[in-house]
Design a protein around this ligand. Structure first.
Ligand code: UDP
Ligand code: MG
Length: 320
């Protein structure tokens, strides 16, 4: 593959050995039927299972398949970043490994982008009934919050299944190895865009790689990367507490002037606790933003590519 392909399909994979056979069986015929030259960039995000070995095995009979390995587990968005760095196509489609995003939609995305000359085509989930009630509700809340932060241009229910053109990839690559939240960053860049809707399917095998901990972390990253509004919360909390204590002060003085003293311990204790809590929350928030500045200053690589099958010319060695 010396000429860059027309289409790159980037697939982040973390411990996805169970889904790879089904993925290859469903993806390959779809891509072969397209009128495009293509490559499939499987990004192994430091899997501890046989993911990489399996991809290498399939590479023996599928020359368009390419394996990029990160040295350690760096997270979904980092794997996407690695994919954007290494993909060579004019169109780059990112898709989950677990077949929750139907590969058949890739063709629609490419056609729409070509016909209407669009830089970005979002895959929009028209139906999430196969997701759990918990996932649907938390996702609903997440997109509502993000729309407030990014603005009304943010496509709803659009995750990381999307097509971007080379022009967009060039902008993304200029960010170096910073790891942004792509589903917010890309809409905020203002490229021409369209949407293709699809039905979110069930994970074909294995378990979600997004436990609650990672969901919360994604939601917080999305918020803190795009807005400093939580910092304003400190001011707001302070003002409210101040107003409250003014009222209480007046009340206390009036009661005292009338010759009584409010018995103290409980109210004093509660007030101290409340203000300590408010202060700690504000300090924590401040700390979160300072940590971000600190990390940005350190400029440590968020991920490292340890291997790219496109860099090696010999046939793959398969261990498993
Ligand atoms: N993923 C990854 N690194 C991680 C977590 C997830 O590359 O640390 C990949 C995973 O293999 C999958 C995609 O990101 O291809 C989406 O993850 P998953 O399907 O588990 O998330 P969900 O659909 O449950 O939100
Ligand atoms: Mg999934």
């Amino acid at each position: 593959m010396t000429n860059p392909p027309g289409l790159s399909v980037v697939i982040p994979m973390y411990n996805e050995e169970l889904v790879i056979p089904a993925l290859v069986a469903r993806l390959r015929p779809v891509l072969d039927a397209l009128d495009e030259t293509y490559e499939v960039v499987a990004v192994d995000d430091g899997s501890a299972d046989a993911t990489a070995a399996l991809v290498e095995k399939h590479r023996l009979e599928w020359p368009q398949l390419r394996l990029v390995r990160l040295r350690r587990n760096s997270g979904h968005q980092a794997a996407l970043t690695a994919g954007f760095h290494r993909a060579r196509g004019e169109f780059v489609v990112t898709i989950d490994a677990d077949l929750q995003d139907p590969p058949e939609t890739i063709g629609d995305m490419v056609r729409l982008s070509r016909d209407e000359n669009l830089d970005v085509v979002y895959g929009v989930r028209s139906d999430r009934s196969t997701d759990t009630i918990f996932k649907r509700n938390t996702a609903g809340l997440y997109y509502k919050l993000m729309r407030r932060i990014v603005g009304p241009d943010l496509p709803q229910q659009a995750g990381d299944f999307r097509l971007v053109r080379r022009s967009v990839v060039d902008v993304l690559r200029r960010m170096g190895d910073q790891v942004p939240v792509y589903r917010l960053l890309i809409p905020s860049l203002g490229f021409t865009s369209g949407t293709v809707s699809y039905v979110r399917e069930k994970r074909v095998a294995g378990e979600t790689k997004y436990p609650l901990r990672k969901m919360i972390s994604l939601a917080w990253d999305s918020t803190a990367d795009f807005t400093a509004a939580p910092l304003r919360l400190a001011t707001w909390l302070g003002m409210t507490a101040f107003a409250g204590s003014l009222i209480f002060m007046v009340f206390g003085v009036v009661v005292w002037a009338n010759g009584t003293v409010i018995p103290g311990w409980t109210s004093l204790f509660l007030a101290v606790l409340l203000f300590a809590a408010v202060q700690l929350i504000c300090l924590g928030l401040l700390g979160e933003y300072i940590a971000r500045i600190y990390r940005a200053l350190q400029n440590r690589p968020a991920f490292q590519i340890g291997y790219d099958s496109a860099d090696v010319t010999e046939t793959p060695v398969v261990a498993a």
